[in-house]
Design a protein around this ligand. Structure first.
Ligand code: ZN
Ligand code: ZN
Length: 571
């Protein structure tokens, strides 16, 4: 669910323009606003992705000049931010400052050390330049047309620079870029039907040829990698992995430490699943002998339990019907305050965002204040009957509840509502992904602990299967990049130890070859939050209750768990 996470990270960029006007802007906020404005003026795409279209007429070519200017800006800003006296900042601003400094360090590391703009040909894809313009809800039709035309004028320069930048790419990212840019050609074709403007149609045709020529270039690279220095391995290795882990997760733990915790959690989850499956054996297989192998027994029970699912045409409706039960449960158990004035709006995923079946929280960009936040659920109409059946078994009536907990109540949606009360631009733009995903994973466990699956062993079993996915994502990400795991070993591991279907395991392998560390963010955040809660419990003693912790924790916005820990004085 790479796309889902991706969408979600965008969705964290919620607007607070209106809120902000009620507060006087502090010196520090002025500095951070200026910093972002400078970044956006250098990087018009990033600007329009947060809903700021001021710079869309500017070139977005990232050549040597761009990287030099960008690095200069970052270094200068770093020394400016380091001069700020922490004692003069509010607690909230201290967190913002830490987020900013981490962002600056991380960006500098990306430019100077990691250099994925050289070895990831998929980095170059004009699709987002086009779609962020067309989908902006804060531009009218004329403005969109104007902005799109000027963007299309620069596509030639953009791909010329791409060809120049590519050096020792990975085979995997080259293939990914070929397939994604081929889809882009189709996307441009689809636009030609929508618009009547002559001038635009001509530029769209031209754009299509340019994208095709990039695809041809990459096909040549694939056949003869020597012309760009040969292929490199997609495995980034121990040293880079450790560095990327430090920036992306922003935790005190090392990758090896997290990996060890994941192994331990995996055995615990499997033992728990074994216990539940044994108790369910009579119910589902009264006449059969139990398999000797632990995992075989669990697998057989899972395959039976997965048959309890809804009808394909009712999938969206079923999600809609289930969510109010979660709201009622959270209120009854007093787990966290849910603002009744902000009920969750559930809708079918808009067509342009589909392509990946699933569900995700969809919130507007920072400058795009007018729009509401939605829980998008993709209907299954486009799937073949076989695909529908397999999808529904995966999201059976038990797992669907865990999905809703994760995405909506009290997971992502609830966190987002709390996060929006924190009127900081920095936290909205630079929110910590591991905290955000970690909260969703933590909220699943918190629901189970509070008795949500009481008397429904099937639900508890499916919860652990779901949890095991986050745990095993961490294990395989570490093992592939650090321990050289092969495709065969990875896929077998996921099928045997995480009870996944072959198709799911294959997809996961692919995703692990495209991304690094990202797969570990979910479990890393969970572990950090869980540990933090233990400390909080200890500190508060008899004063502790779960509601207090949850609300206190979420009140800091999407900061890293590490920052929240220090703000809660729990170091
Ligand atoms: Zn079925
Ligand atoms: Zn999530």
């Amino acid at each position: 669910m790479y796309k889902l996470l991706f969408l979600f990270l965008f969705s964290v960029l919620i607007s607070c323009q209106l809120v902000k006007k009620d507060f006087p802007i502090t010196e520090f906020q002025k500095k951070t606003n200026q910093f972002f404005e400078k970044i956006w003026s250098l990087d018009p795409l990033e600007a329009s992705q947060v809903g700021n279209h001021k710079y869309s007429e500017k070139s977005s070519v990232k050549d040597t000049n761009y990287y030099e200017a960008y690095a200069r800006l970052l270094s200068q800003s770093r020394s400016d931010f380091l001069k700020i006296e922490r004692s003069k900042l509010s607690q909230d601003e201290i967190v913002d400052l830490d987020l900013l400094l981490n962002y600056i360090e991380s960006s500098l590391w990306h430019i100077k050390t990691f250099k994925s703009h050289e070895w990831r040909p998929d980095y170059y894809n004009y699709g987002s330049h086009i779609s962020t313009t067309l989908e902006a809800s804060n531009l009218n039709e004329n403005e969109k047309l104007k902005s799109l035309k000027s963007r299309l004028q620069k596509i030639d320069e953009y791909y010329l620079n791409a060809k120049k930048n590519i050096f020792k790419p990975t085979k995997e990212h080259t293939e990914l870029a070929i397939s994604q840019n081929k889809s882009l050609v189709l996307y441009i074709d689809s636009l030609k039907i929508k618009f009547k403007d002559e001038e635009l149609l001509v530029s769209l045709d031209k754009a299509k040829d340019i994208v095709k020529s990039y695809v041809n270039f990459l096909v040549e690279v694939k056949n003869n990698p020597q012309k760009v220095g040969g292929f490199r391995s997609f495995r980034i290795g121990k040293k880079l992995y450790e560095q990327k882990f430090k920036f992306d997760i922003n935790s005190d733990r090392t990758p090896l430490e997290l990996y060890s915790i994941a192994l331990k959690n995996k055995s615990e989850a499997i033992n728990k699943m074994y216990e539940i499956s044994q108790n369910l054996w009579e119910k589902y297989f009264s006449n059969e002998k139990k398999p000797k192998q632990k995992t075989d027994l669990i697998k057989k029970i899972i395959s039976k339990v997965s048959l309890a699912h809804g009808k394909p045409e009712e999938f969206v409706e079923d999600v809609k019907k289930q969510v109010p039960h979660l709201v009622a449960y959270v209120n009854k158990k007093n787990l966290i305050y849910l603002d009744p004035s902000k009920p969750l709006k559930i809708r079918e995923t808009p067509v342009y965002e589909r392509g990946f079946a699933g569900a995700s929280v969809d919130a507007p960009g920072f400058f795009d204040a007018g729009r509401e936040t939605f829980y998008n659920v993709t209907p299954l109409g486009d799937m073949s009957p076989d695909e529908q059946e397999s999808y529904l078994r995966e999201y059976n009536k038990f797992t669907m509840q865990i999905l809703n907990i994760h995405e909506a109540i009290p997971g992502h949606y609830t966190q987002l509502i709390y996060s929006n009360k924190n009127p900081s631009l920095v936290k909205k733009i630079l929110g910590n992904g591991s905290m955000v995903e970690g909260w969703a994973v933590y909220s699943e466990r918190m629901m189970i602990e509070s008795g949500y699956a009481e008397g429904i062993p099937e639900l508890e079993l499916m919860y652990y299967k779901w949890f095991l996915r986050a745990v095993c994502n961490t294990i395989i990400d570490y093992s592939i990049h650090n321990l050289n795991w092969s495709k065969e070993k990875t896929v077998n591991f996921l099928i045997q130890e995480a009870f996944q279907e072959k198709a799911e395991a294959d997809k996961k392998w692919k995703r692990a070859t495209y991304s690094q560390v990202q797969l570990a963010t979910y479990f890393a955040g969970f572990v950090d939050i869980y540990e933090l809660r233990d400390k909080y419990k200890l500190k508060l003693g008899p004063e502790y209750n779960i509601k207090k912790f949850n609300e206190h924790f979420l009140s800091y916005g999407s900061a890293s768990v590490k920052s929240i820990k220090s703000l809660m004085n729990l170091n």
